[in-house]
Design a protein around this ligand. Structure first.
Ligand code: NAD
Length: 234
């Protein structure tokens, strides 16, 4: 089976009603990035940060995977698929994708603010326990925080993600502005001879020297076209 590696960003979840980061609308407008997505913001006002992610979680449980997530899961019939996502939603998994690498954490999890990557203190939230209330403690006594990789923090999963990209026979990029590093640099790990497909309604800049086919469309339509193109190539 050919190995298909897919890098997704906020755009793949846009048609599920989950707002992207740089496009306008949603909670991001009232909650500036520096305050809700940096360690400095957290130290300044942890309650404000938790409130923001509590709100996102409430949106997420009402959102449903869209056709783009589903098509990606269906591709597992014909390909060995790895999804590398910058998204913190769980829509890929809910659509049935079995191998998902989260680069920026998971919205439905919470962790210690002293030692965020310590697996003993990572807890999974659910529909009945969606919010982190002010003052809630993690297992190590520090404040419980969202299990999200913030700007300025290291991205522990970038290495396993790069390993996958190195082995890819086909690489697909969906719904990301490729503005956030190190995720945006993953394309450099592709073998130069493999086909790369980029799906986004807007123009997204990619480095030269790669065999990139642009499908300029929204994720649902773009993924349907991708399947046709992959079939045609055999
Ligand atoms: P981004 O907002 O920088 O870029 C989104 C891209 O999606 C843009 O290029 C835009 O043109 C495209 N897009 C918009 N609607 C689309 C559609 N219907 N179909 C396909 N593409 C569409 O997002 P990013 O590159 O993922 O980086 C932003 C950061 O914000 C990430 O680190 C991510 O963790 C975080 N974030 C996550 C979510 C989520 O989990 N769903 C949502 C918002 C932000």
């Amino acid at each position: 089976m050919k190995k298909l590696v897919v890098l997704t960003g906020a755009g793949i979840s846009a048609e599920s009603g989950f707002a992207t980061f740089r496009d306008s609308g949603g909670l991001w407008e009232t909650h500036p990035v520096e305050r809700v997505a940096t360690p400095e913001g957290w130290y300044q006002d942890p309650d404000f940060v938790n409130e923001f992610y509590n709100g996102l979680r409430e949106q997420l449980v009402d959102a449903k995977p869209n056709r783009a997530h589903e098509i990606l899961a269906e591709l597992e019939k014909d390909y060995d698929v790895t999804v590398i996502t910058q998204n913190v939603d769980d829509l890929h998994e809910r659509a049935g994708s079995s191998k998902v690498i989260y680069l920026h954490g998971e919205l439905m999890k919470a962790c210690s603010s002293r030692d965020p990557q310590n697996p003993f203190h990572i807890v999974t939230l659910d529909r009945e326990h969606l919010t982190i209330e002010p003052g809630t403690k993690a297992g190590d006594g520090s404040l419980l925080r969202p299990y999200i990789v913030w700007f300025g923090e290291s991205v522990p999963n970038i290495e396993p993600a790069a390993e996958e990209v190195m082995q890819a026979d086909v690489f697909v990029i969906v719904g990301t502005s490729l503005a956030v590093y190190p995720a945006a640099g993953l394309i450099h790990y592709c073998r130069r001879d493999i086909p790369i497909y980029l799906i986004d309604p807007k123009e997204v800049a990619t480095p030269s020297g790669f065999n990139v086919t642009v499908i300029q469309d929204v994720a649902t339509k773009g993924m349907a076209r991708l399947v046709e193109m992959l079939k045609a190539e055999g």
